[in-house]
Design a binder for this molecule. Sequence first.
Ligand code: GAL
Length: 494
Amino acid sequence: MSEKASYDIPTPHGGYHSRGGESESLGLTHTPRRASALNTIVASVALLFILVSQVWSTYWRFKLPPLEHVPSNGSEGVARLPFMGFNTWNAYHCDINESIIVENARLMETLGLLGAGYNYMNIDDCYSEKKRSPEGDIVAHKTRFPSGMKALTNEIHQLGMKAGIYGDSGWFTCQLYPGSFQNELRDARLFQLEWGFDLLKFDNCAVPFDHIIREGIVGKYQRMADAISQVSKEPGKLPMVFSLCQWGREQPWLWGKRFSQSWRTTGDIEPTWRSIASIINQNSFITWASDFYGHNDMDILEVGNGALTYEEEKAHFTAWALMKSPLLIGADLASVSKEALEILKNEDVIAINQDPVVGTAISPFRWGINPDWVSNETHPAQYWSDESANGTVFMLLNTLDEPADMFFNLTESPWIRAGRKYSVRDLWSHSENGTAIRNFTAQGVPAHGVIALLLRDAGDEPEALEPPCVRPEWCMDQNGTLIESGVSNSHLDL
Ligand code: GAL
């Protein structure tokens, strides 16, 4: 009986096919033993398929990097984090030569700056002869760089650093040395393959006439981006880091990420509080543009250049680092003060800039003196926060010309959990500063001074704190009682 067991399945026409056993109507000619062998094979294949697909999906889950924007622009993922190093411009302007660069490179090592993460040695404008060679190449300045650029980058590389060079997207650099317009591939090859540079800062002076260029700003910079990408196809070459210097004129934060790793957002920095405050103000509106592989460049640091107070230098450095700008030292290291060095080497602050887990920048959660979203060159936003690998980071900026107390409720930051308490680390005193419950007050923040804090979750806040919500808007009991500003003032019929 069992051998002949059959069951019926409906046909599309309403009749029934009989399955099982030998069945003429379905043209099935296999015997029952054959049928059970077939079933076993089908089941094994299905099992094998499930197993293989499980293994395959597990493999990919672990193989794939975490979800983040990895550039598909030929940059091969260079400069995932803001680059750190030294740039010649702020301290020396055009007064540069090979010994200045080698001396500062050695000092980077002996002063512990290389160890702190500053590993790029970048040469700015004025390193070349005014005219290209008869063959059309840029030529290193014969008396100021007598050993040639290859010897210089060799020396820099031997010190364990990378080397950066400067160029311009127009006919000339801003100091009227040769620019790269229409020579992009030739120059990219020279910079990287012959001279051995790892990074190119690319400026915006001496713009060709419209009827020659016939491109917008994006197209003008794309020319060198394409050249860099082409040169990097040589075996064993990563692309040069491409650092746009476009002074924020045509919103490079909207397009720079397509083919570069950083873009200047503002005009040239000066060693004055006015300049620092105005750069912070302008960048406070575009913090969203920075993340892994692409960063708002707030310009070379002025820490150590003598014209800022100690408090201003701390505020300047904190803002640049926490806003994830590249950090390029711009001071003469032979004469840099102990205080400036201490600022530049602040490990707690650098750790946020170089956070391997969270790539975003701090953003204002309250402007403070001004209503939110108001642009004010002398009084930028004061209360800032962001996530970090080790907790929520806060920056409080006293933009007033006198000391001030600064207060915030923790949950004003989107990265803080209601009903929890937080341990507080001060990123300048490098000490644990107790526990914050609901709010925090920094007393007597110096004029133009900064407070940088890392808040870490330390468990539930104490029971029965009043008011039941720190955030006064729409605070409600489950029974429908609305409790605004800590007072139960109405009952809504549910
Ligand atoms: C400016 C640039 C400065 C410096 C200078 C050199 O355009 O913003 O950082 O590179 O050119 O001439």
